[in-house]
Write a protein that binds this ligand. Structure first.
Ligand code: NAD
Ligand code: TYD
Length: 339
């Protein structure tokens, strides 16, 4: 089995490579990554010498390169993680989100159509469903919830999902889609809530909470996302969307407090800052379908996962210090300097 994993130098893609290496040591893995600000080849250092892993430095939106790759490598499966993934950046500069998330996905779909594929799996997000009100805890996103996006990021991901379904219906392409809730774990880029708060707290810097801090996200440990995708590849139904989540809804402020407690810091680090534009109130996945159809269940409880994650950032300072001291400094200044 030969699998192209796009975006394999990012947070979830790299964890997926580690996961697949362990679970299916015979699979050949081809990591295709443009190495944007969010991609870090150093992350793959533990597996880079593995003869069954190949790294290809390329842009998924580069049609010629993708076609050559598919022609030469003849992959069996594509798992598309490559994306611009940060909502705040999409509010600042939407164009690149369309380029990678929409055009990039379309180029991959065309490459699959031209050279053949057993499965194209699109890694999508619960954000395509928009948000839920805080005062209706009875409501959840199911696979039937209409798409209703808020940010340029979620709009670009929803567009890609629609293209995937269109290529399935029109050309019979064997597509599956997963829509997962917020992930956390090792190797997450420090712009996202959990690593940002861990790193700032470690350095006794202010912890910038957007708005009133009461927005709710549904958090899943990254390995549980990886195991769900692996199951979908093995026994998922072609043309099907699978929601992935573990019923772990938490308010942002409670996440921040949890990190403060684990690190033995104090709450005076918390600073409430101007809210994100169009900020989604609540995300909550109903994972009944994947549980009933494929028997998938998450295995890492939040208490355990957040502890492991904080410990990972403590033990891997060199990984995030390179980022925090580099180009990312300018982003941080732009985003939080006058907020
Ligand atoms: P990330 O930003 O950490 O990594 C993205 C990776 O894609 C990077 O390695 C980057 O270099 C690469 N990339 C970007 N543009 C590319 C291009 N044009 N060609 C090739 N490679 C390119 O993102 P992540 O958090 O790991 O998310 C991975 C996928 O999972 C995304 O599609 C995202 O929408 C989806 N997702 C993420 C979450 C989450 O909580 N992080 C939740 C649900 C779904
Ligand atoms: P984020 O990690 O960007 O994921 P997403 O917006 O895709 O869910 O943000 C998670 C939540 O945390 C979201 O409600 C915004 C909030 N947030 C803050 O309050 N402060 C921050 O500095 C960041 C990055 C996020």
């Amino acid at each position: 089995m030969k699998i192209i994993i796009t975006g394999g130098c990012g947070f979830i893609g790299s964890n997926f490579i580690f996961y697949m290496r362990k679970l299916h040591p015979n699979y050949e893995l081809l990591c295709v990554d443009k190495l944007t600000y969010a991609g870090n080849l150093e992350t793959l250092a533990p597996v880079i010498d593995d003869p069954k892993l190949k790294f290809i430095h390329a842009d998924i939106a580069d049609r010629r390169t993708m076609y050559d790759l598919f022609k030469n490598e003849k992959p069996d499966i594509v798992v598309n993680f490559a994306a611009e993934s940060h909502v705040d950046r999409s509010i600042e500069s939407p164009a690149v989100f369309l380029e990678t998330n929409v055009i990039g996905t379309q180029v991959l779909l065309d490459a699959c159509r031209t050279y053949g594929i057993e499965r194209f799996h699109q890694v999508s997000t619960d954000e395509v469903y928009g948000d839920l009100p805080l005062d209706r805890p009875d409501l959840f996103f199911t696979e039937q919830t209409p798409l209703h996006t808020s940010s340029p990021y979620s709009a670009s991901k929803a567009s890609a999902d629609l293209l995937c379904m269109a290529y399935h219906r029109t050309y019979g392409l064997p597509v599956t889609i997963s829509r997962c809730s917020n992930n956390y774990g090792p190797y997450q880029f420090p712009e996202k809530l959990i690593p940002l708060m861990i790193i700032n707290a470690l350095e006794d810097k202010p912890l910038p909470v957007y708005g009133d801090g009461l927005n709710v996200r549904d958090w899943l440990y990254v390995d549980d996302h990886c195991s769900a995708i692996d199951m979908i590849l093995e026994k998922g139904k072609i043309g099907q969307v699978y929601n992935i989540g573990g019923h772990n809804e938490m308010r942002n402020i409670d996440i921040v407090r949890k990190i403060i407690t684990i690190l033995g810091k104090t709450e005076d680090l918390i600073v409430y800052v101007t809210d994100r534009k169009g900020h989604d109130r609540r995300y909550a996945i109903d994972p009944t379908f994947i549980k009933n159809e494929l028997g998938w269940l998450p295995t890492t409880k939040f208490e355990e996962g957040i502890q492991k994650t904080v410990e990972w950032y403590l033990a891997n300072r060199h990984w995030w210090q390179n980022i925090v001291n580099g180009e990312y400094r300018h982003y941080y200044e732009r985003m939080y300097g006058n907020r």
